[in-house]
Design a protein. Structure first.
Length: 231
């Protein structure tokens, strides 16, 4: 970890409808109810409302994928900086730099034939060197039919309503997320867990993430840290 002495930093990544927000809330509840130590918990989201005019512009002009990527990456960076100032807490990120990258590569391929992919990738590779390195990254996957049902029920992310039911966009984003998960696993240093949430309850997913995280933190102390896949 960088940016100070955090108690823990857990990142949840996935497409809209994969369950990130629900799982983040459940993890917070579990830690709060079971720790018995008065631990401080904070959830960060790149969906926060800031620079509202810029946000409105980038979400109304999806073809300007580079500007949109820079906006959401800056939201990730802002959350990480706030996290650092919060001190000794458990931090849960509901979307971070990995899904922000995958989403905008897929979006650029959809609208621009990948014209900005090189620039987006260059920015991602450089900025990730200077941003918070999480302890655990949980990649949450979901089938297209379950994702569509969840979005319909919860009316999720109205800003991206044109993308919500674009199956090719969703499929490509998840493909990129799987590639990132494999890359991070090979690089080492971060505990990686991948979970298909399609038929798995929120509580079960949250406990799987915490179990993997706690095992990895214990493993770091003994030099035996491992990652888990497809729980």
């Amino acid at each position: 970890m960088i940016f100070g002495s955090l108690m823990a930093a857990i990142v949840l990544e996935g497409t809209d409808g994969s369950g990130k927000t629900s799982v983040a809330d459940e993890i917070s509840k579990i830690i709060d109810s079971e720790s018995g130590k008065g631990k401080s918990i904070q959830i960060y989201s790149s969906k926060m409302q800031w620079l509202t005019y810029v946000r409105k512009y980038v979400n109304e002009n999806l073809v300007d994928t580079l500007a949109r990527y820079i906006y959401y990456l800056s939201a990730n960076a802002y959350s990480a900086a706030v996290c650092a100032k919060d001190g000794n807490i458990t931090s849960i990120f509901d979307r971070y730099i990995y899904s922000t990258y995958a989403t905008h590569i897929a979006l650029d391929e959809l609208h621009n034939g990948g014209r900005h992919a090189k620039a987006i990738t260059s920015i991602f590779e450089e900025e990730r060197k200077h941003m918070l390195v999480p302890d655990t990254v949980a990649f949450l996957y979901v089938s297209l039919d379950v994702r569509a049902r969840r979005i319909s029920v919860h009316h999720m992310n109205a800003e991206d309503k044109d993308l919500d039911f674009n199956t090719e966009f969703s499929r490509r984003t998840e493909e990129l997320l799987r590639q990132l998960a494999q890359r991070l696993r090979e690089e080492g240093g971060i505990n990686i867990i991948e979970i298909d949430t399609s038929a798995t309850g929120v509580g079960e997913v949250a406990r799987a993430v915490l179990k993997s995280h706690n095992a990895a933190m214990a493993g770091k102390k003994t030099g035996d840290g491992k990652s888990q896949k497809d729980i």
